[in-house]
Design a binder for this molecule. Structure first.
Ligand code: GDP
Ligand code: GDP
Length: 434
């Protein structure tokens, strides 16, 4: 399970600045994808190998209305889902009465809280902290979110107290872990039920909390698979048809725990903003992906063409993924999903030989040279694999810091094409010899 960290505090104390720091993408290439919209409320950060979810709760006023109305529903919900609260304060403003009110509310949640004093860059650390001791929530940690000061030690401290070791491996008896994600009503539960169909379900575990998904292990063609069901199919039958509320955290967790993500889209409703945001999360996670366009039944051929064009226009950054058009309701196309899943996972974990990567690099550079920088041409000399799932290709050369984004995309496209690496993102890393 990924630890979930909620940022709470008055408006303007620097929550979104800290959020950006904590979730700063692992990869500039991802950030630069045209069409990708960032989720400004939920994000995943990574410290070493350990990912965590960050939620920006928006502002708590601590001023208007009665004490009970202060903690808005949305913020309450976010806090309920969090493992840990970062109570952000403004060093320059000092400890205000509103901060005292919020502190009281946070204390009643019973959650572990860190008092984080932002904008401390120009103040003496002790001076900045002293005022906030009076909140009675422990030792204040001075940081400067804008300048990045203190943020690393803050994360370090958090990771020591947070749960959540995370390993990305295929366990033999569980097979490939498949997360089925998508906005409400696209047909996730219908699809999960269809996939399970007559299959032999080996195990499924009960979720501990509402933000946990159900894991269903079963065998298909004598091979094990585990579905990570964010829609709560099996639960629905039990808890008298209670439809689970869509939870971004649950979805983020499922994506992170998966080997392959199935993003379900609604062919009849078209592509919306929520689809694009989810797609963005998946891209950042680096997971292998199969895009499932559901409800393909009952569509005229012009409508189908339109949906396909819509996907290309609105989700251009998913061009690496295999797309499958299915009807979960009638079952058409569903069986073929396994081929796409197996393939995507095999590609994501493939071993790539150094001579082959270097050869492709040489061809690619010959075909189209990288640009000149400061009167000298960027040199890319050789390549080797730096990791799997997703494949990381490390390229050695000179002035590699200056390789333009468009050229990086060109390289990625060539590697993908020649290696036939569909279904998985490809990451590049550069090492400069000077
Ligand atoms: P939010 O409303 O809590 O999300 O606050 P924002 O992140 O939008 O920040 C409010 C303002 O404080 C912005 O103008 C930021 O640039 C500024 N700010 C954030 N962090 C720092 C910091 O560490 N030092 C200083 N001096 N300003 C900061
Ligand atoms: P979820 O919220 O993503 O789990 O979506 P559901 O599986 O509950 O499906 C939402 C609605 O879409 C239900 O009324 C389903 O019957 C319907 N539905 C699901 N799959 C299909 C499909 O392939 N074709 C059509 N026409 N309707 C579907």
């Amino acid at each position: 399970m990924l630890p979930v960290i909620a940022l709470v505090g008055r408006p303007n104390v620097g929550k979104s600045t800290l959020f950006n720091r904590l979730t700063r993408t692992r990869d500039a290439l991802v950030a630069d994808q045209p069409g990708l919209t960032r989720d400004r409320q939920y994000g995943i950060g990574k410290m070493g190998d350990r990912p965590y979810v960050v939620v920006d709760t928006g502002g708590l006023s601590g001023e208007e209305g009665g004490v009970d109305q202060l903690m808005e529903k949305q913020v309450q919900a976010a806090i309920a889902e969090a493992d840990h609260i970062l109570f952000l304060l403004d060093a320059r403003a000092g400890c205000t009465p509103a901060d005292q009110v919020i502190a009281g509310q946070l204390r009643r949640t019973g959650k572990p809280i860190h008092v984080v004093v932002n904008k401390s860059e120009s103040l003496d650390g002790d001076v900045a902290g002293a005022d906030f001791f009076s909140l009675g929530l422990g030792e204040p940690l001075p940081i400067s979110a804008a300048h990045g000061r203190g943020v690393r030690s803050l994360i370090n401290e958090l990771l020591q107290v947070l749960p959540g070791e995370f390993e990305d491996v295929v366990e033999e008896d569980k097979g490939i872990m498949i997360a089925v994600v998508g906005r409400p009503n696209v047909g996730k539960s219908t699809l999960v039920n269809r996939l399970l169909g007559e299959e032999r379900v080996v195990a499924f575990d009960q979720p501990g909390t509402t933000r946990d998904s159900v894991f269903i292990t079963y065998s298909h063609d004598d091979k094990p698979y585990t579905l990570i069901d964010t829609a709560g199919v099996r639960r629905r039958a039990k808890v008298s048809e209670v439809i689970e509320k869509f939870s971004v955290i649950k979805t983020l967790q499922a994506i992170e725990q998966a080997n392959v993500v199935m993003l379900v889209l609604d062919g009849q409703q078209g592509i919306g903003e929520q689809d694009a945001t989810l797609a963005g999360h998946i891209l950042e996670s680096g997971r292998a992906l199969v895009v499932v366009i559901n409800k393909w039944d009952g569509l005229q051929s012009e409508q189908r063409d339109q949906v396909k064009a819509d996907i290309e226009r609105k989700l251009p950054f998913l061009d690496f993924a295999v797309k499958r058009f299915v009807s979960a309701l009638h079952g058409s196309g569903v069986g073929k999903l396994y081929e796409a899943i197996d393939k995507a996972y095999a590609n994501a974990t493939r071993k790539l030989a150094t001579p082959e990567l270097t050869r492709i690099l040489e061809w690619t550079v010959q075909e189209h040279q990288p640009p000149m920088v400061h009167g000298r041409r960027i040199k890319l000399r050789y390549a080797h694999q730096g990791g799997q799932n997703p494949p990381i290709i490390v390229i050695h050369g000179n002035q590699t810091d200056s390789v333009p984004m468009t050229y990086k995309r060109y390289l990625i496209n060539r590697f993908r094409e020649v290696l036939k690496l569909s279904g998985t993102p490809i990451r590049l890393e550069f090492k400069s010899g000077e």
